[in-house]
Design a binder for this molecule. Structure first.
Ligand code: SF4
Length: 330
Protein backbone atom coordinates (compact mmCIF):
# COMPACT_ATOMS: atom_id res chain seq x y z
CA UNK A 1 0.00 0.00 0.00
CA UNK A 2 1.40 3.39 -0.98
CA UNK A 3 1.80 6.27 1.45
CA UNK A 4 -1.13 8.00 -0.21
CA UNK A 5 -3.36 4.95 -0.15
CA UNK A 6 -2.56 4.64 3.53
CA UNK A 7 -4.05 8.07 4.15
CA UNK A 8 -7.46 7.64 2.55
CA UNK A 9 -10.17 9.54 4.41
CA UNK A 10 -12.34 7.80 6.96
CA UNK A 11 -15.48 6.22 5.57
CA UNK A 12 -18.39 8.63 5.46
CA UNK A 13 -16.19 11.69 5.94
CA UNK A 14 -17.37 14.48 3.65
CA UNK A 15 -14.82 15.61 1.15
CA UNK A 16 -15.02 18.27 -1.49
CA UNK A 17 -15.17 17.19 -5.10
CA UNK A 18 -11.82 16.76 -6.74
CA UNK A 19 -11.84 18.96 -9.86
CA UNK A 20 -9.60 17.70 -12.58
CA UNK A 21 -8.95 16.93 -16.19
CA UNK A 22 -7.91 13.54 -17.58
CA UNK A 23 -4.40 15.04 -18.03
CA UNK A 24 -4.18 15.70 -14.31
CA UNK A 25 -5.18 12.13 -13.47
CA UNK A 26 -2.68 10.75 -15.97
CA UNK A 27 0.03 13.01 -14.54
CA UNK A 28 -0.62 11.50 -11.10
CA UNK A 29 -0.23 8.02 -12.56
CA UNK A 30 2.87 8.83 -14.61
CA UNK A 31 4.97 10.61 -11.99
CA UNK A 32 3.90 12.23 -8.76
CA UNK A 33 6.85 14.58 -8.67
CA UNK A 34 5.90 15.87 -12.09
CA UNK A 35 2.30 16.14 -10.88
CA UNK A 36 3.47 18.27 -7.95
CA UNK A 37 5.57 20.52 -10.16
CA UNK A 38 2.69 20.91 -12.63
CA UNK A 39 -0.28 21.38 -10.31
CA UNK A 40 0.88 22.28 -6.80
CA UNK A 41 4.15 24.21 -6.62
CA UNK A 42 3.49 27.89 -7.12
CA UNK A 43 5.11 29.66 -8.74
CA UNK A 44 5.40 26.70 -11.05
CA UNK A 45 9.00 25.54 -11.53
CA UNK A 46 10.39 26.69 -14.85
CA UNK A 47 10.02 24.33 -17.76
CA UNK A 48 12.55 23.45 -20.40
CA UNK A 49 12.28 24.87 -23.90
CA UNK A 50 9.22 24.25 -26.06
CA UNK A 51 9.10 21.06 -28.13
CA UNK A 52 8.86 21.23 -31.88
CA UNK A 53 6.52 18.22 -32.03
CA UNK A 54 4.13 20.03 -29.72
CA UNK A 55 4.25 23.06 -32.01
CA UNK A 56 3.31 20.84 -34.96
CA UNK A 57 0.50 19.21 -32.98
CA UNK A 58 -0.94 22.48 -31.77
CA UNK A 59 -0.72 24.15 -35.18
CA UNK A 60 -2.54 21.22 -36.78
CA UNK A 61 -5.23 21.10 -34.09
CA UNK A 62 -5.80 24.86 -34.30
CA UNK A 63 -6.10 24.76 -38.08
CA UNK A 64 -8.59 21.87 -37.98
CA UNK A 65 -10.70 23.68 -35.41
CA UNK A 66 -10.54 26.90 -37.43
CA UNK A 67 -11.57 25.10 -40.60
CA UNK A 68 -14.95 24.19 -39.15
CA UNK A 69 -15.50 27.79 -38.09
CA UNK A 70 -15.14 28.96 -41.69
CA UNK A 71 -18.31 29.46 -43.73
CA UNK A 72 -19.35 26.38 -45.68
CA UNK A 73 -18.03 27.61 -49.06
CA UNK A 74 -14.56 28.19 -47.63
CA UNK A 75 -14.19 24.71 -46.12
CA UNK A 76 -11.70 23.53 -48.72
CA UNK A 77 -8.25 21.93 -48.57
CA UNK A 78 -6.75 25.26 -49.68
CA UNK A 79 -8.34 27.06 -46.73
CA UNK A 80 -6.96 24.38 -44.41
CA UNK A 81 -3.51 24.94 -45.83
CA UNK A 82 -3.80 28.71 -45.35
CA UNK A 83 -4.98 28.24 -41.75
CA UNK A 84 -1.92 26.11 -40.98
CA UNK A 85 0.39 28.74 -42.48
CA UNK A 86 -1.27 31.65 -40.67
CA UNK A 87 -1.24 29.91 -37.30
CA UNK A 88 2.12 28.17 -37.56
CA UNK A 89 3.92 27.94 -34.21
CA UNK A 90 7.66 28.12 -34.72
CA UNK A 91 8.86 27.23 -31.22
CA UNK A 92 11.24 24.34 -30.70
CA UNK A 93 12.58 23.87 -34.21
CA UNK A 94 16.31 23.72 -34.88
CA UNK A 95 16.17 26.55 -37.42
CA UNK A 96 13.96 28.24 -40.01
CA UNK A 97 14.72 25.58 -42.58
CA UNK A 98 13.41 22.81 -40.32
CA UNK A 99 10.38 24.85 -39.32
CA UNK A 100 9.58 25.60 -42.98
CA UNK A 101 9.91 21.95 -43.94
CA UNK A 102 7.50 20.92 -41.18
CA UNK A 103 5.11 23.68 -42.10
CA UNK A 104 4.94 22.12 -45.58
CA UNK A 105 4.31 18.68 -44.09
CA UNK A 106 1.63 20.02 -41.76
CA UNK A 107 -0.11 21.78 -44.64
CA UNK A 108 -0.17 18.52 -46.61
CA UNK A 109 -1.38 16.62 -43.56
CA UNK A 110 -4.28 18.94 -42.80
CA UNK A 111 -5.35 19.63 -46.39
CA UNK A 112 -5.22 15.89 -47.13
CA UNK A 113 -7.31 15.12 -44.08
CA UNK A 114 -10.02 17.72 -44.70
CA UNK A 115 -10.31 16.43 -48.28
CA UNK A 116 -11.78 13.27 -46.72
CA UNK A 117 -14.43 15.23 -44.77
CA UNK A 118 -17.87 16.39 -45.85
CA UNK A 119 -17.82 20.16 -45.24
CA UNK A 120 -21.62 20.15 -44.95
CA UNK A 121 -21.53 17.70 -42.07
CA UNK A 122 -21.16 20.18 -39.23
CA UNK A 123 -19.88 18.60 -36.00
CA UNK A 124 -21.89 19.03 -32.82
CA UNK A 125 -18.82 20.62 -31.26
CA UNK A 126 -15.25 21.61 -32.08
CA UNK A 127 -12.72 22.12 -29.28
CA UNK A 128 -15.74 21.64 -27.08
CA UNK A 129 -15.34 21.69 -23.31
CA UNK A 130 -17.40 19.02 -21.56
CA UNK A 131 -17.77 18.16 -17.91
CA UNK A 132 -19.36 15.62 -15.66
CA UNK A 133 -19.40 14.91 -11.95
CA UNK A 134 -19.86 12.06 -9.54
CA UNK A 135 -19.83 12.06 -5.74
CA UNK A 136 -16.03 12.07 -5.86
CA UNK A 137 -14.92 13.90 -8.94
CA UNK A 138 -15.69 16.89 -11.15
CA UNK A 139 -14.12 15.94 -14.43
CA UNK A 140 -13.76 18.27 -17.40
CA UNK A 141 -11.87 18.36 -20.64
CA UNK A 142 -11.86 19.57 -24.19
CA UNK A 143 -12.85 17.34 -27.11
CA UNK A 144 -11.18 17.93 -30.47
CA UNK A 145 -14.42 17.18 -32.29
CA UNK A 146 -17.81 15.80 -31.35
CA UNK A 147 -19.77 14.26 -34.25
CA UNK A 148 -23.36 13.14 -34.50
CA UNK A 149 -23.78 9.83 -36.31
CA UNK A 150 -27.38 8.75 -36.43
CA UNK A 151 -28.82 8.90 -32.92
CA UNK A 152 -25.46 8.91 -31.18
CA UNK A 153 -22.49 11.18 -30.54
CA UNK A 154 -18.94 10.17 -31.40
CA UNK A 155 -15.80 11.56 -29.74
CA UNK A 156 -13.06 12.33 -32.28
CA UNK A 157 -9.48 12.92 -31.17
CA UNK A 158 -6.79 14.00 -33.66
CA UNK A 159 -3.35 12.45 -33.41
CA UNK A 160 -0.25 13.78 -35.13
CA UNK A 161 2.52 11.72 -33.52
CA UNK A 162 4.77 9.34 -35.35
CA UNK A 163 3.62 6.20 -33.54
CA UNK A 164 0.96 4.16 -35.32
CA UNK A 165 -2.15 3.72 -33.18
CA UNK A 166 -3.83 0.53 -32.07
CA UNK A 167 -7.38 -0.21 -31.00
CA UNK A 168 -6.02 -0.59 -27.50
CA UNK A 169 -5.12 3.12 -27.51
CA UNK A 170 -8.77 4.00 -28.08
CA UNK A 171 -10.12 1.35 -25.73
CA UNK A 172 -7.85 2.11 -22.80
CA UNK A 173 -7.91 5.91 -22.98
CA UNK A 174 -9.35 7.31 -19.79
CA UNK A 175 -9.62 10.72 -21.44
CA UNK A 176 -11.71 9.48 -24.36
CA UNK A 177 -14.00 7.51 -22.06
CA UNK A 178 -14.41 10.53 -19.79
CA UNK A 179 -15.25 12.73 -22.78
CA UNK A 180 -17.85 10.21 -23.96
CA UNK A 181 -19.49 10.14 -20.52
CA UNK A 182 -19.42 13.92 -20.20
CA UNK A 183 -20.72 14.55 -23.73
CA UNK A 184 -23.53 12.08 -23.22
CA UNK A 185 -24.51 13.67 -19.91
CA UNK A 186 -24.39 17.24 -21.20
CA UNK A 187 -26.14 16.62 -24.51
CA UNK A 188 -28.54 13.99 -23.15
CA UNK A 189 -27.60 11.78 -26.09
CA UNK A 190 -25.91 8.38 -26.07
CA UNK A 191 -22.16 8.56 -26.71
CA UNK A 192 -20.25 5.29 -26.66
CA UNK A 193 -17.94 5.44 -29.67
CA UNK A 194 -14.53 7.06 -29.47
CA UNK A 195 -12.22 7.52 -32.46
CA UNK A 196 -8.56 8.37 -32.88
CA UNK A 197 -7.83 10.00 -36.24
CA UNK A 198 -4.14 9.55 -37.02
CA UNK A 199 -3.41 12.28 -39.54
CA UNK A 200 0.03 11.08 -40.73
CA UNK A 201 -1.44 7.75 -41.94
CA UNK A 202 -5.09 8.71 -42.40
CA UNK A 203 -5.96 5.76 -40.18
CA UNK A 204 -9.05 5.89 -37.94
CA UNK A 205 -8.98 3.68 -34.87
CA UNK A 206 -12.37 3.21 -33.26
CA UNK A 207 -13.60 1.73 -30.02
CA UNK A 208 -17.21 1.25 -29.02
CA UNK A 209 -17.67 1.32 -25.29
CA UNK A 210 -20.42 -0.38 -23.35
CA UNK A 211 -22.07 1.11 -20.27
CA UNK A 212 -19.91 -1.30 -18.27
CA UNK A 213 -16.61 -0.26 -19.84
CA UNK A 214 -17.45 3.43 -19.41
CA UNK A 215 -18.39 2.73 -15.80
CA UNK A 216 -15.05 0.99 -15.26
CA UNK A 217 -13.17 4.00 -16.60
CA UNK A 218 -15.15 6.33 -14.36
CA UNK A 219 -14.48 4.20 -11.28
CA UNK A 220 -10.80 4.14 -12.18
CA UNK A 221 -10.86 7.94 -12.51
CA UNK A 222 -12.44 8.17 -9.07
CA UNK A 223 -9.79 5.91 -7.54
CA UNK A 224 -6.98 8.00 -8.99
CA UNK A 225 -8.74 11.19 -7.94
CA UNK A 226 -9.12 9.94 -4.37
CA UNK A 227 -5.39 9.26 -4.14
CA UNK A 228 -4.45 12.56 -5.75
CA UNK A 229 -6.87 14.52 -3.56
CA UNK A 230 -5.28 13.00 -0.46
CA UNK A 231 -1.86 14.01 -1.75
CA UNK A 232 -3.10 17.53 -2.51
CA UNK A 233 -4.56 17.89 0.99
CA UNK A 234 -1.33 16.79 2.64
CA UNK A 235 0.60 19.21 0.45
CA UNK A 236 -1.69 22.06 1.50
CA UNK A 237 -1.36 21.09 5.17
CA UNK A 238 2.44 20.95 5.12
CA UNK A 239 3.38 23.49 2.49
CA UNK A 240 0.37 25.76 2.13
CA UNK A 241 0.42 28.46 -0.49
CA UNK A 242 4.08 28.90 -1.37
CA UNK A 243 5.45 32.45 -1.35
CA UNK A 244 6.42 33.80 -4.74
CA UNK A 245 10.14 33.54 -4.18
CA UNK A 246 10.54 30.13 -2.61
CA UNK A 247 13.97 28.61 -2.94
CA UNK A 248 14.92 25.31 -4.47
CA UNK A 249 13.62 21.96 -3.30
CA UNK A 250 15.55 19.39 -1.38
CA UNK A 251 17.03 16.82 -3.71
CA UNK A 252 16.66 19.09 -6.72
CA UNK A 253 19.42 18.81 -9.27
CA UNK A 254 21.47 21.64 -10.68
CA UNK A 255 19.79 23.13 -13.72
CA UNK A 256 20.61 21.89 -17.16
CA UNK A 257 19.14 22.77 -20.49
CA UNK A 258 16.43 20.19 -19.86
CA UNK A 259 13.33 19.31 -21.77
CA UNK A 260 9.66 18.33 -21.56
CA UNK A 261 6.65 16.09 -21.96
CA UNK A 262 7.45 13.52 -24.62
CA UNK A 263 6.25 12.46 -28.04
CA UNK A 264 4.17 9.64 -26.65
CA UNK A 265 1.92 12.15 -24.95
CA UNK A 266 2.60 15.55 -26.43
CA UNK A 267 1.22 18.50 -24.52
CA UNK A 268 -0.73 20.99 -26.54
CA UNK A 269 1.52 23.96 -27.26
CA UNK A 270 -0.49 27.11 -27.23
CA UNK A 271 1.90 29.39 -29.02
CA UNK A 272 1.92 31.49 -25.88
CA UNK A 273 5.08 32.34 -24.00
CA UNK A 274 3.90 29.95 -21.28
CA UNK A 275 5.60 26.98 -22.92
CA UNK A 276 8.77 28.81 -23.82
CA UNK A 277 12.08 28.36 -22.04
CA UNK A 278 12.65 32.12 -22.25
CA UNK A 279 10.54 33.05 -19.25
CA UNK A 280 12.08 33.79 -15.89
CA UNK A 281 13.32 30.64 -14.29
CA UNK A 282 12.00 29.35 -10.96
CA UNK A 283 12.96 26.32 -8.93
CA UNK A 284 10.57 23.90 -7.25
CA UNK A 285 9.09 24.81 -3.85
CA UNK A 286 11.10 23.82 -0.79
CA UNK A 287 9.10 20.99 0.75
CA UNK A 288 9.36 18.77 3.84
CA UNK A 289 10.74 15.27 3.38
CA UNK A 290 7.25 13.80 3.77
CA UNK A 291 6.05 15.70 0.72
CA UNK A 292 9.12 14.72 -1.27
CA UNK A 293 8.31 11.11 -0.40
CA UNK A 294 4.61 11.41 -1.06
CA UNK A 295 5.25 12.94 -4.47
CA UNK A 296 8.03 10.55 -5.37
CA UNK A 297 9.75 10.61 -8.75
CA UNK A 298 9.04 7.81 -11.18
CA UNK A 299 12.16 7.71 -13.31
CA UNK A 300 11.93 6.06 -16.72
CA UNK A 301 11.95 6.74 -20.45
CA UNK A 302 9.41 9.53 -19.94
CA UNK A 303 12.08 11.59 -18.13
CA UNK A 304 13.90 12.41 -21.35
CA UNK A 305 10.79 14.32 -22.39
CA UNK A 306 9.77 15.78 -19.04
CA UNK A 307 9.36 19.54 -18.87
CA UNK A 308 10.78 19.54 -15.35
CA UNK A 309 13.78 17.30 -15.91
CA UNK A 310 16.13 20.20 -15.12
CA UNK A 311 14.84 20.12 -11.53
CA UNK A 312 15.01 16.36 -11.05
CA UNK A 313 18.26 14.48 -10.40
CA UNK A 314 16.54 11.09 -10.67
CA UNK A 315 15.04 12.00 -14.03
CA UNK A 316 18.37 13.20 -15.39
CA UNK A 317 19.97 9.91 -14.38
CA UNK A 318 17.16 7.90 -16.01
CA UNK A 319 17.80 8.80 -19.64
CA UNK A 320 19.52 11.08 -22.11
CA UNK A 321 18.55 14.67 -22.62
CA UNK A 322 16.62 15.35 -25.82
CA UNK A 323 16.87 18.33 -28.10
CA UNK A 324 13.62 20.27 -28.61
CA UNK A 325 13.20 18.89 -32.14
CA UNK A 326 14.04 15.27 -31.33
CA UNK A 327 10.36 14.28 -31.12
CA UNK A 328 9.83 15.04 -34.81
CA UNK A 329 9.61 12.03 -37.11
CA UNK A 330 12.57 13.09 -39.28
S1 SF4 B 1 12.19 13.86 -14.82
FE1 SF4 B 1 11.07 11.91 -14.63
S2 SF4 B 1 11.07 11.45 -12.43
FE2 SF4 B 1 11.61 13.62 -12.67
S3 SF4 B 1 9.68 14.75 -12.52
FE3 SF4 B 1 10.03 14.37 -14.67
S4 SF4 B 1 8.96 12.43 -15.11
FE4 SF4 B 1 9.19 12.58 -12.89
Amino acid sequence: MSAVQGQLPLEGMPRRLYSCTPSRLNAWLDCRRRYRFTYLDRPQPSKGPAWAHNSVGASVHNALAGWWREPYERRTPLTASILVTNGWITEGFRDDEQSGRWLGRARDLVSGYVATLDPADDPVGVERTVATRTKVIALSGRIDRLDRRGDELVVVDYKTGRRPLTQDDARSSLALAAYAIAASTMMRTPCRTVELHHLPTGEIVEWRHTDESLGRHLRRAEEIATEAATGDERYRELVGAPPADRGRASGAAPRSSGSASGPSRPGRASGSPGVSGDRPSAGPAVVPAEIDELFAPNPGPICSWCDFRRHCAEGQAAGPERRPWDGLAE
